[in-house]
Structures are given as C-alpha cells and as structure tokens.
Design a protein around this ligand. Structure first.
Ligand code: SF4
Length: 178
C-alpha cells in the first residue's frame, strides 16, 4: 500500500448498514484520515468513481444496471476490491426478491398485484435504474479480492481489515477467494 491510501467506499444494493458500521469506528476514523484519503463515498458528494483507487470497500449486492456499471468501473479503477457485508458477499437481503422471478415479474407483483394503490408501474426511463432479472453477489459481477461477511460486519472487523491492509498484511478477518 502507498504512504497515503486512496480509499473508496461504494453503496450498491444494500441498506447502508455496512456504512453505518464503518462510521461506528468513531474517533478511529480520525486516525484513518491521517493515513488515507477518502476519494469516493456515499458520505461525500462525489459524482464519479475516480481512477487510481487503492482500496474499494463495496457494500451491497448488484441489483440493477446502475450497480453493474459502477461495479465494473470500481474494478477497473481499484487495486483491491473488498465485498463488505453479507449482501455483497452472498446477495443476502437484497437477493430475497430473486424467487419472485424476472424483473418484470417482480415489478408486476410489487406494484400491481400487491401494491397500494394498485395498478401503477414505475415508468421513468433514465431516472429509475433498470432492475436486473437476478440480484447477484459482487463476485458474480466482478473479481473480488477479499470478502468481509456480516450483517453488518462489526466495526472492529472493518478496522482490523483496514489496519492489516495498511501494514501490507493479509487481513485475518477476511476471506480471500479465487
Ligand atoms: Fe444492510 Fe446487512 Fe446488507 Fe449490510 S449486509 S447492506 S447491514 S442488510
């Protein structure tokens, strides 16, 4: 890892609980800021995932076309990609819609069959991202370097992962696949 880590955090199809766990690191975030620059995150107003990222922590599964495009950009522009939390690792809560079938079937059942008021499908091309037919975990969309499970991963586990990577070591708390 370089002297000052270029760190990104990414929010795909998740509840933001994994980011809340990251924020639970409280004052240690001040220590982190001394050794890492946050170059992209939902907690900052960055519009485009930058180039030259050292480490990307990715929360959430890949559920729509916007997620898929962002995940691919994250992979292209990042040296290390971590699947942060069970939604990124397995699909978890976000993938609970998969048994309902294709995207069209999901929308029909949620908005028309069981929706209130019934009969109105969302129709905002270019504004509402197109749902994928199947929600997939991050590693099904892009190559992932490390997996940190948990719903959410506990803050100390996130800290241990970051500290190990900053020391140039393999984190003991995360799995390395592939
Ligand atoms: Fe939320 Fe749990 Fe998914 Fe994290 S793993 S985004 S906390 S549901």
């Amino acid at each position: 890892m370089p002297d000052k880590l270029r760190l990104a955090t990414v929010w795909l199809g998740g509840c933001s609980g994994c980011h809340m766990s990251l924020l639970d690191l409280d004052e240690w975030l001040i220590d982190l800021a001394a050794v890492a620059d946050l170059v992209y995150s939902p907690i900052a107003d960055y519009k485009r995932f930058p180039e030259g990222v050292d480490l990307a922590l990715v929360e959430g599964a890949v559920a729509n076309a916007e997620h898929l495009a962002l995940a691919r950009r994250v992979r292209c522009n990042s040296r290390h990609v971590v699947a942060l939390g069970d939604c990124a690792v397995t699909g978890n809560v976000t993938a609970m819609r998969n048994p309902l079938g294709t995207a069209a079937s999901v929308l029909q059942q949620v908005y028309v069959t069981h929706g209130a008021p019934r009969g109105v499908l969302p129709d905002a091309p270019g504004i509402v991202p197109r749902l994928l037919d199947t929600v997939v975990p991050l590693h099904a969309a892009i190559k992932v370097d490390l997996f940190l499970p948990g719903c959410p991963p506990p803050a100390p586990a996130i800290r241990a992962l970051l500290e190990a990577l900053l020391r140039g070591e393999a984190p003991a708390v995360a799995s390395r696949f592939g």
